[in-house]
Design a protein around this ligand. Structure first.
Ligand code: SF4
Ligand code: SF4
Length: 353
């Protein structure tokens, strides 16, 4: 099992995606508004919940605002791997002996300085880049995954190129889509064009023996090759759960305070929760898995917005399927290997952007 631990509900940045007034109207039935800012459950109770084969991801808000508590958990709650999802600003506060123990660090960066600072604040990019050097020089040997948020103003192709050319080997992107009521979707066609260009580049690189770790392509290709029937690819609600600051268990970090969908609490049995219509009737449900439980249950923006978003998923999957014969040929001629597509499932990467 994978667990996200909400270490703090607040953040030290004010990014344009999060700091919005129009997320949703207050809803007392749906949300718990009294969750404490920091964890108030006993570490002993967490220790009983976490098995040695589980993974823990420290999450927030910004989890590194609770670094002392993170270290305490790492010192007292054994598990298979510790992961961290962070904005990167405080990475330079983690000492070497803890950095050495992280399995994965997921860091929010939108590509170059212009794109990152426009969305996340002046000087943020420079600080992140400096801190990445710090962790690499101070014992972090795990997987560093850059997470880009793609908005209507982003160029997916050029921002991924910037990251690749600047030492980022593992990249995921997520669309800033349907998190709030009036989320615009007139930019999806442009995004699809960028996606196609990036996919062409990705397959072209295989001729040089490289399978670049662009997570949406990597994971989807792996499972489409194997004709795998998938559930929700982020694992929310069955393989991946979130422990809120008050010890309640929710299906995913974004749904941390959505009491209507709590699946249990520390020490209790945890129930599963799955996506519903329209995903369950979709002709590509077994390939897509449902993209996002939060979006499926809330459907902010309505059916039309949902259908527009799904059109990007159809496009992504069809485009990869068209490339499969070429990819198979690269495997057959030994330019690349099957194992180049392996990754740790449910590691905090959503797969379907
Ligand atoms: S394409 Fe859309 S409707 Fe179909 S399974 Fe994926 S998210 Fe659900
Ligand atoms: S994809 Fe959706 S359900 Fe899955 S972790 Fe992200 S917000 Fe939660």
């Amino acid at each position: 099992m994978f667990y996200h631990l909400i270490m703090r509900t607040d953040c030290n940045l004010s990014c344009s995606y999060c700091d919005r007034e129009n997320f949703a109207n207050p809803d007392e039935e749906l949300y718990e508004y009294t969750n404490p800012q920091t964890t108030n459950y006993k570490i002993e109770d967490l220790k009983k919940q976490i098995k040695k084969e589980d993974y823990i991801t420290f999450y927030g808000g910004e989890p590194l605002l609770a670094l002392k508590k993170i270290k305490e958990i790492m010192d007292t709650v054994p598990c298979k791997g510790y992961m961290l999802q962070t904005n990167g600003i405080l990475l330079n506060r983690i000492e070497k002996d803890y950095l050495e123990r992280f399995h994965t660090i997921l860091i929010s960066i939108d590509g170059d300085a212009e794109a990152t600072n426009r969305n996340r604040g002046k000087g943020v990019h420079e600080k992140i880049v400096k801190n990445i050097s710090y962790i690499q020089e101070n014992g972090f040997k795990g997987e560093l995954i850059a997470r880009i948020t793609i908005t209507r103003n982003s160029s997916l192709f050029s921002q991924v190129q910037w990251l690749l050319q600047n030492g980022f080997g593992n990249i995921h992107w997520q669309l800033d889509a349907m998190f709030y009521e009036d989320s615009p979707y007139d930019w999806y066609n442009q995004y699809n064009l960028e996606l196609k260009k990036l996919l062409d580049f990705w397959v072209e690189e295989m001729k040089k023996g490289k399978v670049l770790r662009l997570y949406p392509f990597l994971a989807l290709t792996d499972s489409l090759r194997k004709k795998e029937k998938t559930r929700l690819r982020c694992g929310a609600g069955f393989a991946n759960y979130t422990i809120t600051t008050n010890g309640k268990i929710s299906p995913c970090p974004i749904m941390g305070s959505m009491k209507k969908y709590y699946c249990g609490e520390l020490g209790s049995n945890i129930k599963e929760i799955s996506v519903q219509s329209p995903c369950t009737e979709c002709d590509i449900f077994e390939k897509c898995g449902g993209r996002c439980l939060y979006t499926n249950l809330t459907q902010h923006g309505g059916k039309e917005a949902y259908a527009a978003l799904c059109q990007t998923i159809h496009f992504l999957i069809t485009s990869i399927e068209e490339k499969l014969p070429e990819i198979e040929n690269h495997i057959k001629d030994k330019s690349i290997k099957e194992k180049d597509f392996t990754y740790l499932k449910y590691n905090g990467v959503e797969i379907i952007p």
